[in-house]
Ligand binder design. Sequence first.
Ligand code: RB5
Length: 148
Amino acid sequence: MKKIIIASDHGAVTLKSEIISFLKTKNCEIKDMGVNSDDSVDYPDIAVTACEEFKKGGYDFGILLCGTGIGMSITANKIKGVRCALIHDLFTAEMAKAHNDANFIAFGGRVKYSVPVIKMIEKFMDTKFAGDRHSRRVAKIMDVENKC
Ligand code: RB5
């Protein structure tokens, strides 16, 4: 059973509910870090809370949502150990896992995607990290955290 953390700001509350409903049909264990209302909040606060919870361990991956997915992904990628991919189609969903071994994926609740977000999440979940030369590249990404 996959354990997944999910969090959104006020810009993606409905999308978060849709994703949680979908993940329940996949028998996933879900940690919902909020928010659950349209009241305005600051997405960096939500991203940091979710990433810190993720880093406690035991989660397979995380999903971050805001109006565009951009603010959440920018913030998450500043947190040590997090590789958050901003997904926009099935190809990037697949590559985020196969090539980048992303441990967070981000979407926007106000974005008009050409494919449903749950299909992109399904693609990400069904894909395995390709390893090999991609392991070297991911290791180099993580080195940047220590060097820069
Ligand atoms: C909030 O209005 C909006 O800026 C936020 O949800 C997100 O799109 C930021 O990247």
